[in-house]
Design a protein around this ligand. Structure first.
Ligand code: C2E
Ligand code: MG
Ligand code: MG
Length: 751
C-alpha cells in the first residue's frame, strides 16, 4: 500500500513551478533523495539537479544498500536506474512501497530508451513516474515538479489529518484512485462521510444522500445487507481490521449494481478502533475481471496466498500478543527462490508463474494450519510461524519447507528443480515494530544465500553489525576515493631464465585513517558491488603507469620491465575501457608493450564474444593480457586459443599445495606444458619456498612471483630494489645466495 494513482495526479497536478507563498516556503524544507545508479554521468547530473532543488542527496550503486537505508529512514524520493537490474529495482520499489510509516516515498525510474517496453510494467510495479535515458534535464525537471507538487499535497493532507491515525493518511494517499468512491465512518459519532464520487456512482448529486450510515445501508440489496452489517459490526468491535465485501447497491433509477468495498479500520494509539475508511468500486461492468478484482484486495492473484496486507495485519496481531505474553512468541521466515531469474529466462514467464503457484501449494502443505504463508512479491514469500517457544520450532519449519523442494516440480511435463534460501527472525522484546522482523529475516536470507544456497540462516546481532559495517564501508570508500587514501604497492615478478626483474604487479592498498593499511580482500568486493571499482582501477592503472615510466627513465637496465595491472570484470565490460586505458597510457608516456592487464578467466568464459573483441582492441595498442588466478575457473586450455592472451598466471592455491598434493602438482605441470604448446608464458603466483621454486624450475616455468622473492612493496622500496639490481641484473641469483647465508633481500613490508 502507500501508493497513489499516477493518472489521477498527472491529471490534477500542474507541473508549473510553485507560486503561492505557502508553496515557496515549503520549498525550503529539506527533502531527502536517494539515487541508485551505476552510471557516473547520470549520477552526477541528477545529484546536481536535485541539490539545486533543495534535496539532500545520497548516491548508491547497490540497490540493497538503498533498500537497507530506506528501511531505516525512508527518503522522500528514490530515483532508481532500471539498469541496476529488473529484480533489484522491483525489490527496491516493493520495499519502499511497504514502508510501514505514514511516510510516502516517491519513486522515479530512469529507463533507457531501448527498454521502453517495460514502461507499463514499471508503473504497475509501483513506480510513480519514469524519465527516459539519456537524461533530458527539462523533462526531468518537469517530472520532479509534478512529484514535488504531489509531495506538497501530501504534506498539507498530513498536517490536516495529524490527529487521526496514521493508517488513515496512508489510506487516503493510497486511495487517490479515480473512479472509486470513498467513505469514512467515524465510530465515535457514528456519522459516515460519503464522497461526492461515492454518490455519483449511484447516480446521485452531492447532497441527495445524507451523510449517515443509514443513507448507505438502506440502499444495499436486502440479500446482501446482513453480511455487510456483520462485517461492519465486527470491525467496530475490533475483531477484524480489514474489510473486503461485495454487495449490490440500488441506483437512483432503481437498478442494482455490484459494488466492492475495501476498507481499513483505523485505530488510535491505544489500539482502539476510531474510524473505518474505505473505498467503493463499481465492479458490475467488470464481469470478466471480477474475479481478479475480488482477489486483488487480500489475496495474491497468482498464488491465491494471502498478500502483504494480510500478512502485515497478522504480524501486527502476533506482535501485540507476544508483547503481552512473551510465551506466545513468533518467528518470521523470509525466502525467495535461488536463481528464479534463470527459470524465467530459460523457460519463460508462464512457466515461472506456474512454478510460483506450485511452490505456494507445497509450502502451504508443509506448514501448520495456524501459520500464515503469504506472497510478499515477485518470488519472495513470507511465513509467519506463531505460538512457538523458541527458535527450534522455526528452524524445524524451515527444514520441513526445504524438504519439500527435494522433489522436482512437474510443470506440464517440464521437470524443474529449484531450491530456496530462508532467513529467519525470531521475535524478542527488543523489537519495536513488526516490520523490523521482516527486515531482519530478509537480511538473514541474504546470509543464507551467501553460505551456499538451499540453506537457512537465523538472524543475529552479528548479521546486523555486518550489514551496517558494509554500509559504512561503502561510505568510507566513496570518501577515500575523493581523499586519495589509496596506495599502490608493487610486487616484483622475476624471470627464471635470466633471473631479472621482468616487471611488477600493481596491487592496491587502502591507507584507512582509522583501520590502518587494508588489503584488497577487505574492500575490493564491496567496491566492485557499488561500482567504485571503476574509478579505483583507473586510478591504480594511472599511478602504476606513471611510476613505471619514471623507473624506465631512471634505470635504463630495467627499460624492459613491465607493469601488470588488475582489471575488474566490471571495468572490462565497460564500452569505454579501451579508450580509458589508451588515455592512461598517453598521460603517462608509457608504451603499450610495457603494460599487462590481468583479467580473470571467468570473465572470458562468460562473455566470450564481447571479451574477445575487447582483448583484440587492447592488443592493437600492444598491451599484453594475462589470465589471473588461472586454474580456478572452468576454462579449458584449448578454449583459450580463441583469445589473444600472452600469459597465464597459475593460481596460488595450486602452487602452495603442489609439493604435498599430487593433483595440484599435475595441474601445474599440465598448465605449463599446454601453455608452452600454445605459445603462452607462465607465471607462478605465490611462490613462498625454495623447494617450490626448484620444482617449478624443473617444470620449466617462465616467471615467478611470491613472498620468496618479495611481497608487494611500497614504491620507494621497489625503487631501491631496482637501483640495487641496475648493475647486476640477475636478481634471482642474489636472492638465492642471500637466503643461503640468512640475509633477507627485502624488508617484510607486505600488508
Ligand atoms: P591477485 O591479482 O591474484 O594478486 C596476488 C595476490 O597474492 C596479492 O594479494 C599478493 O599480495 C598475494 N601474494 C603474492 N605473493 C604471495 C605469496 O607468496 N603468498 C601468499 N599467500 N600471497 C601472495 P593482495 O594484494 O591482497 O590482492 C588480492 C587480490 O585483490 C588480487 O589478487 C587482485 O585480484 C585484487 N586486486 C589487487 N589490487 C587490485 C586492483 O588495483 N584492482 C583490482 N580490480 N583488483 C585488485
Ligand atoms: Mg593479479
Ligand atoms: Mg592472482
Amino acid at each position: 500500500m502507500g501508493f497513489f494513482n499516477l493518472d489521477s495526479w498527472l491529471a490534477q497536478s500542474p507541473s508549473s513551478p510553485p507560486s503561492t507563498e505557502a508553496e515557496r516556503t515549503d520549498e525550503i524544507r529539506h527533502r531527502e533523495a536517494m539515487i541508485c545508479t551505476r552510471d557516473h554521468g547520470v549520477d552526477n547530473e541528477l545529484s546536481e539537479l536535485l541539490a539545486e532543488r533543495g534535496y539532500e542527496c545520497s548516491s548508491h550503486r547497490n540497490p540493497r544498500a538503498v533498500r537497507f537505508a530506506a528501511n531505516r529512514t525512508p527518503p522522500d524520493l528514490v530515483v532508481i536506474d532500471w539498469r541496476v537490474g529488473e529484480p533489484n529495482a522491483v525489490k527496491l520499489a516493493s520495499t519502499l512501497n511497504s514502508n510501514p510509516d505514514s511516510h510516502v516515498t516517491s519513486i522515479l525510474a530512469l529507463v533507457p530508451s531501448e527498454e521502453s517496453d517495460a514502461l507499463g510494467k514499471i508503473l504497475e510495479l509501483g513506480f510513480n513516474d519514469f524519465v527516459m535515458l539519456p537524461l533530458d534535464r527539462a523533462v526531468l525537471a518537469a517530472r520532479l515538479g509534478m512529484i514535488e507538487s504531489r509531495m506538497r499535497e501530501l504534506d498539507q493532507m498530513q498536517a490536516l489529518q495529524k490527529d487521526i491515525g496514521q493508517e488513515y493518511q496512508r489510506f487516503l494517499i493510497a486511495s487517490g484512485g479515480i473512479g472509486d468512491g470513498i467513505w469514512d465512518l467515524d465510530l465515535a459519532t457514528e456519522t459516515v462521510h460519503l464522497s461526492d464520487r461515492w454518490k455519483e456512482m449511484l447516480g446521485y448529486q452531492k447532497d441527495e444522500i445524507e451523510d449517515v450510515l443509514e443513507g448507505w445501508l438502506s440502499r444495499v440489496h436486502p440479500e446482501d445487507l446482513t453480511r455487510l452489517r456483520a462485517i461492519i459490526d465486527a470491525s467496530i468491535a475490533g475483531e477484524v481490521s480489514v474489510i473486503e465485501q461485495r454487495y449490490r447497491m440500488q441506483m437512483q433509477n432503481g437498478d442494482y449494481r455490484w459494488m466492492l468495498t475495501r476498507a481499513e479500520v483505523v485505530k488510535n494509539e491505544d489500539g482502539k478502533a476510531i474510524r473505518i475508511v474505505g473505498r467503493q468500486t463499481d465492479v458490475d461492468e467488470e464481469d470478466e475481471s471480477r474475479e481478479a478484482v475480488r482477489t486483488s484486495g487480500l489475496q495474491d492473484s497468482l498464488t491465491r496466498l494471502p498478500n502483504r496486507t494480510v500478512l502485515m495485519d497478522r504480524m501486527h496481531h502476533a506482535f501485540a500478543r507476544a508483547q503481552r505474553d512473551s510465551e506466545q512468541s513468533f518467528a518470521v521466515l523470509f525466502f525467495d527462490l535461488d536463481r528464479f531469474k534463470n527459470v524465467n529466462d530459460s523457460l519463460g514467464h508462464i512457466t515461472g508463474d506456474k512454478l510460483l503457484r506450485a511452490i505456494a501449494k507445497r509450502v502451504e502443505k508443509a506448514c501448520r494450519p495456524g501459520d500464515t504463508v503469504a506472497r510478499f512479491g515477485g518470488d519472495e514469500f513470507v511465513i509467519l510461524v506463531e505460538d512457538i517457544k523458541d527458535i527450534r520450532a522455526a528452524t524445524v519449519a524451515a527444514e520441513r519447507i526445504q524438504e519439500e523442494f527435494r522433489v522436482p516440480f512437474d510443470l506440464d511435463g517440464i521437470e524443474v528443480f529449484t531450491t530456496i534460501s530462508i532467513g529467519i527472525a525470531l521475535w524478542n522484546s527488543n523489537y519495536k515494530r513488526p516490520e523490523d522482523l521482516l527486515r531482519d529475516s530478509d537480511t538473514a536470507m541474504y546470509r543464507a544465500k551467501a553460505m551456499g544456497r538451499n540453506s537457512f540462516a537465523v538472524f543475529d546481532d552479528d548479521m546486523h553489525s555486518h550489514v551496517v559495517a558494509i554500509l559504512h564501508l561503502e561510505n568510507d570508500l566513496r570518501r577515500a576515493l575523493a581523499r586519495e587514501e589509496f596506495r599502490v604497492f608493487y610486487q616484483p615478478i622475476l624471470s627464471v631464465a635470466s633471473g631479472r626483474i621482468a616487471g611488477f604487479e600493481a596491487l592496491v592498498r587502502w591507507q584507512h585513517p582509522e583501520r590502518g593499511l587494508l588489503l584488497p580482500g577487505e574492500f575490493i568486493m564491496v567496491a566492485e558491488e557499488m561500482g567504485a571499482i571503476i574509478q579505483l582501477d583507473r586510478w591504480v592503472a594511472d599511478q602504476a603507469c606513471k611510476q613505471l615510466r619514471i623507473w624506465h627513465q631512471k634505470f635504463r637496465a630495467h627499460s624492459k620491465a613491465t607493469m601488470s595491472v588488475n582489471l575488474s570484470t566490471t571495468q572490462l565490460m565497460r564500452p569505454d575501457v579501451v579508450a580509458g586505458i589508451d588515455l592512461i597510457l598517453r598521460n603517462s608516456g608509457l608504451y603499450g608493450q610495457s603494460l599487462k592487464l590481468e583479467v580473470t578467466e571467468s570473465v572470458l568464459m562468460e562473455n566470450a564474444q564481447y571479451a574477445s573483441a575487447v582483448l583484440e582492441q587492447l592488443r592493437s595498442l600492444n598491451i599484453a593480457i594475462s589470465i589471473d588466478d588461472f586454474g580456478t575457473g572452468y576454462s579449458s586450455l584449448a578454449y583459450l586459443r580463441r583469445f589473444e592472451i600472452d600469459t597465464l598466471k597459475i593460481d596460488y592455491s595450486f602452487i602452495s599445495r603442489m609439493l604435498e598434493d599430487e593433483d595440484s602438482f599435475e595441474i601445474v605441470k599440465t598448465i605449463i606444458i599446454m601453455a608452452k604448446n600454445l605459445g603462452k608464458d607462465t607465471v607462478a603466483e605465490g611462490v613462498e619456498t625454495r623447494s617450490q621454486l626448484d620444482a617449478l624450475i624443473d617444470l620449466d616455468i617462465d616467471m615467478i612471483q611470491g613472498f620468496f622473492v618479495a611481497p608487494a612493496l611500497p614504491a620507494e622500496v621497489a625503487e631501491s630494489v631496482l637501483e640495487r639490481t641496475a648493475d647486476s641484473p640477475n636478481h634471482l641469483e642474489k636472492i638465492l645466495s642471500d637466503r643461503m647465508d640468512g640475509t633477507a633481500s627485502f624488508p617484510a613490508t607486505n600488508s
